[in-house]
Design a protein around this ligand. Structure first.
Ligand code: DGL
Length: 279
């Protein structure tokens, strides 16, 4: 009995594994850390293979499987795919692969549903990777929630790479943002979905490009709440009442990758010190 209890407690004290093609998922990790400050977190930035957006679903699936294996080997008690592109390509097959573990595997999708609820003129824009926009999951999302609104989509080729380099305000980044938001403005979208987890890091530049009246939406907070609910349902919430560890793994080969991670992670007051490790 005592042993079982200890095993159970140990299991709950294990970290939540979070993955993305690179640093974008840190925008989601922040919300998870803010909502669940007692949960240990282990994040994997697959920056060496970013962007996922122009890879085939099969290639993305291979990367997601490899990273998930790494996180599980480091004791993850739940997995979060903090990437819209990877969710579309591999969430279903990852759940099938690890069904025997019976752990929560949570993915994310562009916030078309909330955008359709808040738009006033019925026109919403979606900025995402071409992988996400071309996916069957996105088509299904539009079918379910985009029927009564006009949806204008725009793939943002090259924007993820800029954010990976930490160039949140460089002339090239701002130029890409102007270029990709223009078609949405031309169609008079009043609500824009940031359908890639990298984009919240350039939210203020996007807001500046589109003007203050346009509503920008992303799903980091919603995902954190969904994760919280799942942990409770699966009886996996930690019993510990102390400050959690946040470990961020990266396989980036960029010389300033650590600085980029530090500045993205540290740019919000809710975040505590994270340990950055290279693999
Ligand atoms: N952050 C990822 C997403 O949410 C994609 C970035 C990439 O193309 O690698 O879609």
């Amino acid at each position: 009995m005592t042993t079982n209890l200890t095993q159970n407690q140990l299991s709950k004290a294990r970290p939540i594994g979070v993955l993305d093609s690179g640093v974008g998922g840190l925008s989601v990790l922040k919300h998870i850390h803010a909502l669940l400050p007692q949960e240990h977190l282990i994040y994997f930035a697959d920056s060496k293979h970013a962007p996922y957006g122009n890879k085939t679903p099969k290639q993305i699936e291979q990367r997601v499987f490899a990273v998930a294996k790494f996180l599980l080997a480091h004791g993850a008690k739940a997995l979060v795919i903090a990437c819209n592109t990877a969710t579309a390509a591999a969430a279903e097959s990852l759940r099938e692969k690890y069904a025997f573990l019976d752990i929560p595997i949570i993915g994310m999708e562009p916030a078309v549903k909330p955008a359709a609820e808040v738009t006033k003129n019925g026109i919403i824009g979606v900025l995402a990777t071409s992988g996400t926009l071309k996916s069957a999951q996105f088509a299904a999302l539009l079918e379910s929630y985009g029927r009564n609104v006009q949806v204008v989509t725009q793939a943002c080729i090259g924007l993820v790479e800029q954010i990976e380099l930490g160039e949140l305000n460089s002339p090239k980044t701002l130029h890409l943002i102007m270029r990709y938001t223009k078609p949405l403005l031309d169609e008079h979208a009043d609500t824009i979905v940031l359908g890639c987890t990298h984009y919240p890091f350039v939210k203020s530049a996007i807001q500046q490009a589109v003007g203050p009246d346009i509503h920008l939406i992303h799903t980091g907070i919603a995902l954190a709440r969904q994760l919280q609910k799942k942990l409770v349902e699966c009886d996996l919430s930690t019993f510990e009442n102390k400050k959690a560890n946040v470990i961020i793994w990266t396989n980036s080969i960029e010389p300033n990758s650590e600085l980029v991670i530090k500045s993205l992670w540290g740019s919000n007051s809710v975040t505590s010190e994270a340990e950055i490790r290279h693999v």
